[in-house]
Design a protein around this ligand. Structure first.
Ligand SMILES: [Zn+2]
Length: 239
């Protein structure tokens, strides 16, 4: 003969174990939610830094080209002065060609500078957007942290209450069942207990033998032969 057990104790125990799992899960998810917000903020920060770096190099590039343009303009002036005082036709032609080549180069360079300045404007606009997004990201992280901290305090209080309930329910278990129950809880968590559903174990869904069902009806302590869960009949169960 096995030990008899009041099925209500098992039902209550399983309900409390499920509450405990749920609360522990929610407590664990809190820091993960904060991590997600932090990662988004870090990504916005990276975008801003990259945009500012691109802005810097594009500006430097435009300035460098502007300086080259001015240097070439000065050289064109020099060549023009030389041309005015040159003595041979051949030298005049040579200087003329040089001036024409430099002027052509500067015309191309002017277009390039203009293009770069348009780019600078565009990057600057993107930097402003990136800065706004980072600010939003920072606010979001702070908000999430605040919410999670508040939730955590309330979840912890709930968990304390659930643990107290659990202790009181566990004290109603027969003395000789306790070691196996404790082993099951540490191995399976809330699945240490399983309700019978459709004549099957509610944890592993293996069909329960008629023999086991009979024992359950007789309020005996029974375990699933497959997964080891402590079985019980749920409320209103028809067998
Ligand atoms: Zn099972």
């Amino acid at each position: 003969m096995g030990t008899e057990i009041d099925v209500k104790v098992l039902r209550t125990l399983h309900r409390i174990l499920r509450q405990k799992t749920d609360l522990n899960g929610r407590i664990k998810r809190g820091p993960a939610t904060i991590e997600v917000a932090k990662r988004a903020e870090a990504a916005f920060n990276t975008t801003l830094l990259e945009t500012l770096e691109l802005l810097k190099t594009t500006r430097m590039n435009a300035e460098r080209k502007q300086m080259q343009l001015q240097e070439r303009e000065a050289r064109i002036e020099e060549l023009k002065n030389k041309r005015n005082s040159c003595e041979s036709n051949r030298e005049y032609q040579l200087l003329n060609d040089q001036i024409a080549a430099d002027e052509q180069a500067n015309s191309v360079q002017s277009d390039e500078i203009l293009e770069l300045l348009v780019k600078v404007d565009d990057i600057q606009a993107r930097a402003i957007v990136a800065e706004e997004q980072l600010e939003k990201g920072k606010l979001e992280t702070a908000k999430v942290k605040n919410t999670v901290t508040k939730q955590l305090a309330s979840l912890q209080a709930d968990l304390d209450a659930v643990n107290a309930n659990l202790q009181s329910s566990e004290s109603k278990l027969p003395f000789d069942v306790k070691p196996e129950y404790e082993r099951l809880v540490s191995a399976l968590g809330e699945d240490a207990l399983a309700p019978i559903a459709d004549n099957s174990c509610g944890h592993c869904y293996t069909t329960i033998t008629t023999q086991l069902l009979t024992e359950l009806m007789m309020k005996r302590i029974t375990y699933c032969k497959t997964c080891g869960s402590l079985l019980y009949l749920p409320e209103g169960a028809a067998v």
